[in-house]
Design a protein around this ligand. Structure first.
Ligand SMILES: [Zn+2]
Length: 424
């Protein structure tokens, strides 16, 4: 049997459970806020967003909205609101530890909750893991259930549990799964009503897994420009394409990547020694020894491929591969949006990759992903600090999950508790 280049496959429930815990039924008015519509309209200024319980109940002009009596009013002048952001490739670890160093940054189950809280503080209400780090899946399910509670100050946690590979294998290193086995895994997943998401970042591998029926690629194609055959297979499968430009940016030039992340971490949430470790000559040398180097063409393939798949109408998802050494928690998820814009996406396209497209992948687009009446009040608030992501000069500072009582806190800069520096 021919050895395949296929790497690993993750299987996910096609419909992921939404939050079950209803928030308190009080009403909050987020007044005079600028709403950024991910459908491509210009930012809508001086708007009112009414939230009752865990739902948005009205979005209208501030002077026109009907506000129920006893609503708690928050003056959000000067703030922006977008749908809660999602990082659709995230393994819940910090990404602090240098390759080969045991311990540092290797989170345990308790830390995972703290990391979900951190993601919320970075503006992300949802993360999706294509492989849960710990073998005990009870931890995975209890974490997922805790994070789905609207009242928990944690980003919602979706994912597939453990990834499937061969004994001794890893997503990026041989031995790999044979193509016949890959086909059987995907067929079995489909027979069970599950979806299969595959790590296959090279064009030939990506086509093989798509022919086998894959429902999504968890990385961009890095080694070659995507072609018509690839686009055709993606469309046929209605497959999603998770960008992870962050992990490739780290692989391309880890020192430059760290400098960019440090500049974006204006609150100083990431310990300075983490940046220093990666930018030192030894750090960079160790990094490339562990991960290899990229050709000078590959960063351009990544950018042009993202542009091509968006143009082809494929469901593109913003994701980072946070937890890979150097792909640092939170700040990388924000940087991914910037990288998408640098790759040629419009700010709206980048935001869609992190909002409504993520909701579609989870089968929850009727319930979240836009700022509209009837949807879950998962929101990301921002302040006009500087123009990094969009022409609106918005930058995401914090998000709020579907509970009116937390909107006030989260539409201001994060609390000292949420933003306290992480330990490495
Ligand atoms: Zn990964």
């Amino acid at each position: 049997m021919r050895r395949a280049t296929l790497l690993c496959v993750s299987v996910a429930f096609p419909v992921v459970l939404s939050a079950q815990g209803a928030g308190p039924s009080r009403t909050t008015l987020l007044n005079h806020v600028t709403v950024i519509d991910v459908n491509g309209s210009p930012p809508m200024r001086d708007m009112a967003v009414v939230i009752t319980g865990n739902r948005i109940t009205a979005v209208d002009l501030a002077g026109r909205v009907r506000v129920p009596p006893n609503a708690e009013t928050i003056d959000a002048s000067g703030k922006f609101v977008v749908p809660g952001l999602a990082d659709m490739h995230h393994h819940l670890d910090t990404g602090f530890s240098m390759p080969g160093l045991p311990g540092a940054g290797r989170a345990g189950p308790q830390d995972f909750k703290r990391h979900l809280a951190q993601m919320l503080a970075w503006g992300f209400t949802t993360i999706f893991s294509p492989a849960h780090t710990y073998p005990d899946l009870k931890d995975f399910t209890s974490l997922r259930s805790a994070a789905s509670d609207d009242t928990a100050p944690l980003a919602r946690y979706f994912g597939v549990g453990r990834a499937i590979t061969v004994k001794g294998g890893h997503a990026s290193q041989p031995p790999f799964v044979w193509p016949e086995v890959m086909q059987a895994i995907i067929a079995e997943a489909h027979a069970l009503g599950l979806r299969a998401y595959v790590h296959a970042p090279n064009l030939r591998q990506a086509k093989e897994v798509l022919r086998a029926g894959a429902d999504g690629l968890v990385h961009s194609v890095v080694d070659a420009p995507v072609d018509d055959e690839f686009i055709g297979l993606m469309k046929k499968n209605r497959a999603s394409y998770t960008t992870t430009l962050s992990v490739f940016a780290a692989f391309a030039d880890v020192a430059a990547w760290m400098q960019r992340l440090e500049a974006l971490d204006e609150r100083g949430v990431i310990p300075k020694k983490v940046f220093d470790a990666y930018t030192s000559p030894d750090g960079a040398r160790n990094y490339y020894a562990a991960f290899g180097t990229m050709t000078k063409e590959q960063p351009e393939y990544l950018r042009s491929n993202v542009r091509k798949v968006v143009d082809a109408g494929i469901l593109v998802l913003s994701g980072t591969d946070t937890s890979v050494p150097g792909v640092l928690i939170g700040v990388s998820s924000q940087m991914e949006l910037i990288l998408l814009v640098e790759a040629g996406l419009t700010p709206t396209e980048a935001l869609r990759a992190a909002t409504i497209n993520a909701a579609k992948m989870l089968g929850r687009e009727n319930d979240r992903g836009t700022v509209e009446a009837g949807k879950l009040a998962d929101l990301s608030c921002s302040m006009p600090i500087r123009s990094r992501i969009s022409g609106t000069s918005a930058r995401f500072l914090a998000s709020s999950k579907a509970v009116s009582s937390t909107i006030q806190r989260n539409c201001s800069p994060p609390t000292a508790e949420a933003a306290r520096p992480l330990t490495s």
